[in-house]
Design a protein around this ligand. Sequence first.
Ligand SMILES: Cc1cc2nc3c(=O)[nH]c(=O)nc-3n(C[C@H](O)[C@H](O)[C@H](O)COP(=O)(O)O)c2cc1C
Length: 339
Amino acid sequence: MLKTRICDLFDIRYPIVSAGMGGVAGAELAAAVSQAGGLGTIGLAGVSREMIQNEVAAARRLTSKPLAANLIAPFLRPGVVETMSRLPIQVVTFFWGDARQYADAVGVLRQAGIKTVWQCGSVDEARWAREAGVDAVMAQGLEAGGHVRGTVTTLALVPQVRDAIGDLPLLAAGGIADGRGLAAVLALGADGAAFGTRFVASVQSAAHRKYKERLVGAQATQTVHTTLFDIGWPDAPHRVLRTGLIDQWERAGSPPSGKRPGEGHTIARLRHGEIDAELVTYTVMPPLQYVEGDFEGMPFYAGQSCGLVNDIPSGGEIVRRIAAEAAAVIEKRLAPLAP
Ligand SMILES: Cc1cc2nc3c(=O)[nH]c(=O)nc-3n(C[C@H](O)[C@H](O)[C@H](O)COP(=O)(O)O)c2cc1C
């Protein structure tokens, strides 16, 4: 049985977490993952309190299992943490920055009986997260999809974070897409893994069909680590699939923001709930199912793990596959090695 102490902490069956992914990981995906025994995370970065309440309520209609919600610290709106503390969620995952500056938020959630996780990109950030009083740390390696906090790969970062945080529960993220990756990070000292790119290409993700299909067709060498898609979130490195716009920008000599090819052009429109927004080239917003327009100027966030993503199953099927494969790797490859 594939059970670690992160399963006890979150009251879940498998040490498998779907990453909070703004726009992409909504109620349906999170509920599907939780329903299958993982921890499903709803990506709620930057949205209003009303939308947070609606999305959590929608997920709760689909599952009574533990659920997580994700916030990006620099985009925290006033009152959001207090709203979260009153919602029927069990975990809040945070990303980006020095957790010590958010120790109050961590305290508010703890008071409400909600566990907190801080996603870190370095050993120092992991130490700061422990000081802030989080229940678990998530170490994100450079090969991750979406916004990438640090510069160290998962393989090197996870054991260093483990050494730095004592026995605090630890999740690994970045480049992990199957049971082999999960077994590997357990060996490195993690208690479970978070998967982003793998769940983008799932039935319930809110990524546009063309985004999912492009992920399935992509190889790891086609991802680019860049700060290019900065409209909405400047100076924040991220990993995306190479697209025509990136080629065009490079051919133009990689000019700085403000002087890039197609800069400021309206390329698409996003209509979802309370949001009705025009999107311009180099927007931070990926192609979602609610977006119409020209996707070439938008970020197709993807980790190097995309090379392991070859189909678009349901979120629940992904959880079951990862769990079965990790158990088989441990039993058939690792256990026989012990003397
Ligand atoms: C499409 C996409 C959107 C993401 N959005 C967020 C987000 O809103 N908040 C967050 O904490 N992490 C976000 N991430 C990063 C994930 O938390 C995680 O670190 C990453 O997906 C792990 O690497 P992997 O994609 O190789 O699994 C995003 C990742 C992807 C692929």
